[in-house]
Design a protein around this ligand. Structure first.
Ligand SMILES: NC(=O)c1ccc[n+]([C@@H]2O[C@H](COP(=O)([O-])OP(=O)(O)OC[C@H]3O[C@@H](n4cnc5c(N)ncnc54)[C@H](OP(=O)(O)O)[C@@H]3O)[C@@H](O)[C@H]2O)c1
Length: 252
């Protein structure tokens, strides 16, 4: 189905805002994680901040598609399931795995992420609930096959790399170390590379405007973060491996 004009206009504006957000983040590090900063007002515990901001996507997405009967073996059903796999892990597993005792993030960061996640989850939910139509043989299309390979590969890289980072700390520790295993041998932020691959793959496999917008927003959020992380490691660890790239093994 061709999306209605209002939906296309909303999507184009949303993509433009994402590009604007990315250019802002290139100049201003988002103050969470290693860049968390009390200057941004009241704070909340990292764990609950992550839980609340990521649960917002699940709630917005699930509320849109709740009343649609999906055939879970159809292309749309599989696409919705892939989204749930990522976000059930991100909102219900990841926040309770991180070793973040005593660490906090500004509430304003959590609220801005909740806003982004609610809009993003709603736009994708509306797509699957009301607009998406895929022929039954979509599974065999080059777009689906390539996109699914990128999504699954990206998910595996993201999960493995986050797992390595989390387990650099013993329980109760909060400091930072140089990660040495997995794709960290080649790049500073393989977890963010995995996330970018995932949503690039999702844009391909769904061939849809809301997934394209999510991919643009993911790059806008994460590419500035990749640059900041790489700079931060070099500033804080004189023995940081000099050949390690920022995001793309051997290239950049
Ligand atoms: N789709 C999107 O737009 C989007 C946006 C943001 C994040 N994400 C995803 O959310 C997840 C977390 O993102 P993030 O930016 O918080 O990742 P991150 O900075 O790499 O941190 C991940 C976890 O590992 C810890 N950690 C990081 N580096 C460490 C080191 N050198 N030594 C010891 N512990 C270390 C962090 O602790 P601290 O918190 O104490 O630093 C945190 O608990 C990632 O999977 C990312 O892809 C997605």
């Amino acid at each position: 189905m061709v999306p209605p004009k209002w939906y296309v206009i909303v999507m184009i504006c949303w993509i433009a805002v994402g590009i604007g957000a990315g250019s802002y983040l290139l100049r201003q590090e988002a103050p969470y994680g290693r860049f968390s900063n009390k200057k941004w007002g009241p704070m909340i515990s990292n764990r609950w901040g992550w839980f609340l901001m990521e649960a917002a996507v699940l709630a917005a997405f699930a509320s849109r598609i709740a009343f649609r009967q999906f055939n879970w073996k159809s292309p749309s059903g599989i696409m919705v399931a892939l989204f749930f796999v990522h976000y059930v892990h991100r909102s219900l597993v990841y926040p309770f795995m991180i070793r973040t005792r005593g660490k906090r993030m500004p509430i304003v960061i959590m609220l801005s992420a909740i806003l982004f996640n609610t809009v993003n989850g709603s736009l994708l939910g509306i797509w699957f609930a009301r607009l998406a139509f895929y022929p039954a043989d979509w599974f065999r299309s080059p777009l689906f096959v390539t996109g699914a390979a990128l999504f699954i590969g990206g998910l595996a890289i993201n999960w493995q790399s986050d797992y390595i980072l989390i387990h650099l700390r013993k329980k109760g520790e909060t400091g930072y170390k140089i990660p040495q295993s997995g794709l960290f041998k080649y790049v500073s932020s393989p977890n963010l590379l995995g996330e970018i691959l995932e949503w690039g793959g999702y844009a391909l496999l769904t061939w849809s405007l809301p997934a394209l917008a999510f991919f643009v927003w993911t790059c806008a959020n994460l590419i500035p973060r990749v640059l900041s992380n790489h700079r931060w490691y070099k500033q804080h660890f004189p023995d940081y491996p000099p050949d390690r790239k920022k995001l793309l093994p051997l290239i950049w």
